[in-house]
Design a protein around this ligand. Structure first.
Ligand SMILES: CC(C)(COP(=O)(O)OP(=O)(O)OC[C@H]1O[C@@H](n2cnc3c(N)ncnc32)[C@H](O)[C@@H]1OP(=O)(O)O)[C@@H](O)C(=O)NCCC(=O)NCCS
Length: 187
Protein backbone atom coordinates (compact mmCIF):
# COMPACT_ATOMS: atom_id res chain seq x y z
CA UNK A 1 0.00 0.00 0.00
CA UNK A 2 1.43 3.45 -0.87
CA UNK A 3 2.69 5.27 2.20
CA UNK A 4 4.14 8.75 2.38
CA UNK A 5 4.80 11.20 -0.44
CA UNK A 6 6.45 9.50 -3.38
CA UNK A 7 9.01 10.89 -5.81
CA UNK A 8 10.71 8.92 -8.57
CA UNK A 9 13.35 7.37 -6.29
CA UNK A 10 12.45 8.29 -2.71
CA UNK A 11 9.47 8.60 -0.45
CA UNK A 12 8.98 11.05 2.40
CA UNK A 13 7.49 9.41 5.50
CA UNK A 14 6.86 10.39 9.14
CA UNK A 15 9.83 10.01 11.49
CA UNK A 16 9.61 6.79 13.49
CA UNK A 17 11.66 6.05 16.60
CA UNK A 18 12.36 2.42 15.75
CA UNK A 19 13.39 2.89 12.15
CA UNK A 20 14.95 6.35 11.98
CA UNK A 21 16.24 7.49 15.38
CA UNK A 22 19.59 5.67 15.60
CA UNK A 23 20.47 6.53 12.00
CA UNK A 24 19.76 10.23 12.61
CA UNK A 25 21.95 10.32 15.74
CA UNK A 26 24.76 8.57 13.86
CA UNK A 27 24.54 10.65 10.68
CA UNK A 28 24.24 14.02 12.42
CA UNK A 29 27.38 13.21 14.43
CA UNK A 30 29.29 12.22 11.26
CA UNK A 31 31.69 15.04 10.23
CA UNK A 32 31.51 13.97 6.57
CA UNK A 33 27.72 14.26 6.43
CA UNK A 34 27.74 17.58 8.30
CA UNK A 35 30.74 19.10 6.46
CA UNK A 36 28.57 21.92 5.08
CA UNK A 37 25.49 21.89 7.32
CA UNK A 38 24.53 24.20 10.16
CA UNK A 39 24.11 21.23 12.49
CA UNK A 40 26.90 18.83 13.35
CA UNK A 41 29.63 20.95 14.90
CA UNK A 42 28.54 20.27 18.46
CA UNK A 43 27.74 16.80 19.80
CA UNK A 44 24.14 15.86 19.14
CA UNK A 45 23.08 13.86 22.19
CA UNK A 46 20.42 11.17 22.14
CA UNK A 47 18.48 13.34 24.57
CA UNK A 48 18.46 16.33 22.21
CA UNK A 49 17.52 14.15 19.24
CA UNK A 50 14.78 12.53 21.32
CA UNK A 51 13.34 16.00 21.97
CA UNK A 52 13.46 16.69 18.22
CA UNK A 53 11.63 13.42 17.51
CA UNK A 54 9.07 14.22 20.23
CA UNK A 55 8.42 17.63 18.63
CA UNK A 56 8.17 16.07 15.17
CA UNK A 57 5.60 13.61 16.54
CA UNK A 58 3.19 16.47 17.18
CA UNK A 59 1.48 18.51 14.50
CA UNK A 60 3.23 21.85 14.25
CA UNK A 61 2.24 25.15 12.67
CA UNK A 62 5.83 25.99 11.91
CA UNK A 63 7.59 22.79 10.87
CA UNK A 64 7.03 19.64 8.80
CA UNK A 65 9.72 16.95 9.07
CA UNK A 66 10.09 13.72 7.07
CA UNK A 67 12.40 10.74 6.98
CA UNK A 68 13.65 9.98 3.46
CA UNK A 69 13.43 6.33 2.37
CA UNK A 70 14.30 4.64 -0.90
CA UNK A 71 11.36 3.48 -2.96
CA UNK A 72 11.58 -0.27 -3.31
CA UNK A 73 11.16 -3.44 -1.35
CA UNK A 74 13.29 -2.73 1.71
CA UNK A 75 12.40 0.98 2.00
CA UNK A 76 15.89 1.78 3.24
CA UNK A 77 16.18 4.90 5.41
CA UNK A 78 18.66 7.32 3.78
CA UNK A 79 18.12 10.74 5.37
CA UNK A 80 15.74 13.41 6.54
CA UNK A 81 14.26 16.62 5.21
CA UNK A 82 11.80 19.25 6.24
CA UNK A 83 10.14 22.60 5.84
CA UNK A 84 11.09 24.90 8.69
CA UNK A 85 10.11 28.37 9.94
CA UNK A 86 6.74 28.01 8.23
CA UNK A 87 4.45 31.03 8.24
CA UNK A 88 1.01 30.17 6.90
CA UNK A 89 0.13 33.86 7.11
CA UNK A 90 2.83 34.71 4.60
CA UNK A 91 2.77 31.34 2.86
CA UNK A 92 6.51 30.88 3.30
CA UNK A 93 8.81 28.12 4.55
CA UNK A 94 12.50 27.20 4.44
CA UNK A 95 13.52 23.75 3.22
CA UNK A 96 16.45 21.61 4.34
CA UNK A 97 17.67 18.05 3.81
CA UNK A 98 20.49 15.58 4.29
CA UNK A 99 21.27 12.20 2.79
CA UNK A 100 23.09 10.40 5.60
CA UNK A 101 24.75 7.70 3.49
CA UNK A 102 27.65 9.31 1.56
CA UNK A 103 28.00 6.20 -0.63
CA UNK A 104 24.56 7.12 -2.04
CA UNK A 105 25.46 10.72 -2.90
CA UNK A 106 25.36 11.68 -6.59
CA UNK A 107 22.66 9.12 -7.43
CA UNK A 108 19.90 11.69 -7.86
CA UNK A 109 18.37 11.13 -4.42
CA UNK A 110 18.90 14.68 -3.12
CA UNK A 111 17.33 16.15 -6.27
CA UNK A 112 14.36 13.79 -6.05
CA UNK A 113 13.94 14.67 -2.36
CA UNK A 114 13.85 18.43 -3.08
CA UNK A 115 11.46 17.90 -5.99
CA UNK A 116 9.12 15.80 -3.81
CA UNK A 117 9.33 18.16 -0.82
CA UNK A 118 8.68 21.17 -3.06
CA UNK A 119 5.61 19.53 -4.59
CA UNK A 120 4.38 18.67 -1.09
CA UNK A 121 4.93 22.26 0.12
CA UNK A 122 3.01 23.83 -2.75
CA UNK A 123 0.30 21.25 -3.45
CA UNK A 124 -0.36 19.84 0.01
CA UNK A 125 0.78 22.35 2.63
CA UNK A 126 -0.50 25.27 0.52
CA UNK A 127 2.63 27.41 0.73
CA UNK A 128 3.45 29.91 -2.02
CA UNK A 129 7.15 30.61 -1.52
CA UNK A 130 10.04 28.36 -0.47
CA UNK A 131 13.43 29.57 0.67
CA UNK A 132 16.65 27.65 1.05
CA UNK A 133 20.37 28.21 1.35
CA UNK A 134 23.66 26.41 1.04
CA UNK A 135 27.30 27.23 1.67
CA UNK A 136 29.16 28.02 -1.57
CA UNK A 137 31.50 25.08 -1.06
CA UNK A 138 28.61 22.62 -0.97
CA UNK A 139 28.69 21.93 -4.70
CA UNK A 140 26.21 19.06 -4.56
CA UNK A 141 23.67 21.16 -2.67
CA UNK A 142 24.02 24.13 -5.06
CA UNK A 143 23.47 21.77 -7.96
CA UNK A 144 20.32 20.13 -6.61
CA UNK A 145 18.67 23.50 -5.92
CA UNK A 146 19.39 24.63 -9.45
CA UNK A 147 18.21 21.32 -10.92
CA UNK A 148 14.93 21.65 -9.04
CA UNK A 149 14.26 25.16 -10.31
CA UNK A 150 15.32 27.20 -7.28
CA UNK A 151 16.57 30.69 -8.22
CA UNK A 152 19.68 32.09 -6.64
CA UNK A 153 18.55 35.36 -5.06
CA UNK A 154 21.77 36.47 -3.46
CA UNK A 155 24.98 35.64 -1.65
CA UNK A 156 26.06 36.62 1.83
CA UNK A 157 29.85 36.52 2.07
CA UNK A 158 31.21 35.25 5.39
CA UNK A 159 27.74 34.35 6.66
CA UNK A 160 28.69 31.21 8.64
CA UNK A 161 31.70 30.05 10.62
CA UNK A 162 32.30 26.50 9.41
CA UNK A 163 35.32 24.25 9.84
CA UNK A 164 37.98 26.92 10.15
CA UNK A 165 36.67 29.82 8.06
CA UNK A 166 33.74 32.18 7.50
CA UNK A 167 31.74 30.77 4.59
CA UNK A 168 29.55 32.41 1.99
CA UNK A 169 25.84 31.50 1.98
CA UNK A 170 24.00 31.16 -1.34
CA UNK A 171 20.32 32.05 -0.90
CA UNK A 172 17.64 30.36 -3.00
CA UNK A 173 13.92 30.82 -3.55
CA UNK A 174 11.15 29.35 -5.65
CA UNK A 175 7.58 30.56 -5.86
CA UNK A 176 4.61 28.32 -6.58
CA UNK A 177 3.86 30.01 -9.92
CA UNK A 178 7.47 29.53 -11.07
CA UNK A 179 7.44 25.90 -9.99
CA UNK A 180 4.07 25.31 -11.73
CA UNK A 181 5.40 26.84 -14.95
CA UNK A 182 8.45 24.56 -14.83
CA UNK A 183 6.65 21.36 -13.91
CA UNK A 184 3.94 21.84 -16.52
CA UNK A 185 6.64 22.55 -19.12
CA UNK A 186 8.56 19.36 -18.16
CA UNK A 187 8.08 16.35 -20.50
C1 LIG B 1 23.79 17.89 -0.68
C2 LIG B 1 23.11 16.51 -0.83
C3 LIG B 1 21.71 16.58 -0.24
C4 LIG B 1 23.03 16.18 -2.32
O1 LIG B 1 22.37 14.95 -2.44
P1 LIG B 1 22.69 13.94 -3.64
O2 LIG B 1 21.82 12.76 -3.48
O3 LIG B 1 24.15 13.72 -3.74
O4 LIG B 1 22.20 14.84 -4.87
P2 LIG B 1 22.01 14.43 -6.39
O5 LIG B 1 22.70 13.14 -6.66
O6 LIG B 1 20.57 14.53 -6.71
O7 LIG B 1 22.72 15.63 -7.14
C5 LIG B 1 24.05 16.01 -6.84
C6 LIG B 1 24.55 16.83 -8.01
O8 LIG B 1 25.72 17.56 -7.61
C7 LIG B 1 26.77 17.23 -8.48
N1 LIG B 1 28.00 17.30 -7.70
C8 LIG B 1 28.25 16.78 -6.51
N2 LIG B 1 29.51 17.06 -6.12
C9 LIG B 1 30.04 17.81 -7.12
C10 LIG B 1 31.29 18.45 -7.32
N3 LIG B 1 32.25 18.38 -6.39
N4 LIG B 1 31.47 19.17 -8.45
C11 LIG B 1 30.50 19.27 -9.38
N5 LIG B 1 29.28 18.69 -9.25
C12 LIG B 1 29.07 17.99 -8.13
C13 LIG B 1 26.46 15.85 -8.99
O9 LIG B 1 27.13 15.57 -10.17
C14 LIG B 1 24.96 15.96 -9.18
O10 LIG B 1 24.64 16.70 -10.32
P3 LIG B 1 24.12 15.98 -11.67
O11 LIG B 1 22.90 15.21 -11.30
O12 LIG B 1 23.86 17.08 -12.60
O13 LIG B 1 25.22 15.08 -12.10
C15 LIG B 1 23.95 15.40 -0.15
O14 LIG B 1 25.25 15.44 -0.64
C16 LIG B 1 23.97 15.55 1.36
O15 LIG B 1 23.03 15.19 2.03
N6 LIG B 1 25.07 16.09 1.91
C17 LIG B 1 25.24 16.22 3.35
C18 LIG B 1 24.24 17.17 3.99
C19 LIG B 1 24.10 18.49 3.25
O16 LIG B 1 25.08 19.09 2.84
N7 LIG B 1 22.84 18.92 3.09
C20 LIG B 1 22.52 20.14 2.39
C21 LIG B 1 22.69 21.31 3.28
S1 LIG B 1 22.32 22.82 2.40
Amino acid sequence: MPFGWHGKKVRLVPLEREKHFENCVRWLNDPQVTAWTLVGDFPLTRLAEQEFFDRAARTSDTEVVFAIELLGEDEEHIGACGIHNISYRHGVGTIGLFIGRPQLWNHGLGSDTIATLTRYAFEVAGLRLLLSEAMSENTGSLRIHEKCGYREIGRLPGRYWKRGAYREAVLYATARHEWLAQTSAAP
